[in-house]
Design a binder for this molecule. Structure first.
Ligand code: ZN
Length: 80
């Protein structure tokens, strides 16, 4: 309860609403990129192909260097 009150009262004074809304927007972008599937290989840019029908949701690079979701790292490959 005290922490929430501190957040409401202190944060806008320390950081300003502009920075706070920027951080919120940043978090929204992060969520978006984390939940977006890759469309191209992060190594060579080749459009990914869908995996075999028996494994729905699998994407792979025809050059064999990338496999989704096994090789996917949203932290470094999502464009953030
Ligand atoms: Zn590739």
């Amino acid at each position: 309860m005290l922490a929430i009150l501190l957040l409401i009262v202190a944060v806008p004074r320390v950081m300003g609403w502009d920075l706070l809304s920027t951080l919120r927007q940043q978090a929204a972008y992060q969520n978006y990129y984390d939940s977006t599937l890759p469309v191209a290989c992060p190594f060579d840019g080749t459009p990914l192909r869908e995996g075999p029908p028996q494994r729905p949701g699998v994407l792979f690079c025809p050059n064999g260097d990338f496999h989704y979701p096994d090789d996917w790292d949203a932290e470094t490959m999502s464009g953030m």
